[in-house]
Design a protein around this ligand. Structure first.
Ligand SMILES: Cc1cc2nc3c(=O)[nH]c(=O)nc-3n(C[C@H](O)[C@H](O)[C@H](O)COP(=O)(O)O)c2cc1C
Length: 303
């Protein structure tokens, strides 16, 4: 067992939010999926205060090295999630991390307060890729905006770890991570998707995706994830969940050596729904003799 923010985990591989539906997986694989759940913890898709329909179709564009998605965070909203999804997810054999997003600090505070009081929830991940409707700033792209957000929400989660999911679409993820650390975050996760677009094949100048732009994920962003994880590790002491294009144990080990404590698997689960377990097995076989703290020791950590 390893520990992450005080949560015992069987291994280091978790899912990226929104890329693995545990409830649908149980329908597809039956209860057997719970006997060998592919991830050491389950991270939910983003939950917002009110229900959201998501973006108009088309929502996906396949790239040679991954995907552009413009799903637009469809979800049942807080009440629907608490009523319908949480009871089912409480039966998971692994800790549950709920990912939340709001468009004001008060919205995020309400979400955090609601989940922090639920014993089924082991930790809360803040998706800060959304603009604050009051300030117009992307919450996770400006250190002062993120600091103000954490000052507002931290008191509502006295005993529940808060993970800030950093956006790669900003000038300096390390600077944002430092603000997260100084304002009470327990961990950071990165990378979220990188903004990208695809042109419509026969409507010149028009975007293909219904949302206009979307988020690039998969192998195409692996090198960027590695560089950003390393940069953040050099700046903060917080535990890091590193993700971006992981398809194999080798890739997971690389991210760990760059400074990640846990490794997230996202797009690869669309090709292989059991990828999480395969990657965990591959990494633990290859990691024999690779000391657990090698990544930390190999990197200069600021005091
Ligand atoms: C289809 C899809 C849906 C996603 N939904 C969410 C989401 O709801 N919340 C979130 O924080 N990240 C979301 N992500 C981002 C992933 O969790 C992850 O950060 C990103 O895809 C990079 O990892 P990967 O290259 O292994 O996919 C989504 C990614 C994809 C591809």
């Amino acid at each position: 067992m390893i520990g992450f923010c005080g949560i015992p985990l069987a291994h280091r591989i978790v899912n990226g939010s929104g890329t693995f539906d545990a409830i649908a997986a149980r329908r597809a694989f039956g209860d057997a999926i719970y006997e060998r759940f592919p991830f050491a913890a389950f991270v939910s898709k983003t939950v917002t205060l009110e229900p959201r329909k998501g973006n108009p179709p088309p929502r996906l564009w396949e790239l040679p090295g991954g995907l552009i998605n413009s799903i637009g965070l469809p979800n049942k909203g807080l009440e629907g999630y608490l009523r319908e999804d949480l009871p089912q997810l409480a039966e998971l054999p692994v800790p549950l991390i709920v990912n939340v997003m709001g468009s004001t600090r008060d919205d995020v505070a309400r979400l955090v307060a609601a989940f922090a009081e639920r014993e089924e929830v082991a930790a809360i991940e803040l998706n800060v890729s959304c603009p604050n409707v009051k300030t117009g700033l992307i919450m996770g792209a400006d250190p002062r905006e993120l600091a103000a957000l954490l000052d507002r929400v931290r008191p509502h989660a006295a005993a529940t770890p808060l993970i800030v999911k950093l956006t790669p679409n900003c000038a300096s993820p390390a600077e944002i991570a430092a603000a997260a650390e100084q304002h009470g975050a327990d961990a950071v996760s990165l990378v979220n998707t990188l903004r990208g677009m695809a042109m419509h094949p026969d409507r010149p100048g028009e975007p293909w995706l219904g949302g206009g732009t979307g988020g690039v994920s998969g192998p195409a962003i692996r090198a960027i994830a590695l560089a950003q994880v390393r940069e953040v590790r050099e700046r903060v002491r917080l535990p890091i969940v590193g993700m971006g294009g992981v398809q194999s144990g080798r890739h997971a080990i690389d991210l760990r050596r760059a400074g990640a404590d846990l490794v997230g698997v996202g797009t690869e689960s669309f090709r292989d729904p059991l990828a999480g377990q395969r990657i965990a097995d591959e990494a633990s076989r290859a990691e024999e003799g690779f000391p657990a703290n090698a990544a930390r020791a190999a990197v200069v950590v600021r005091d």
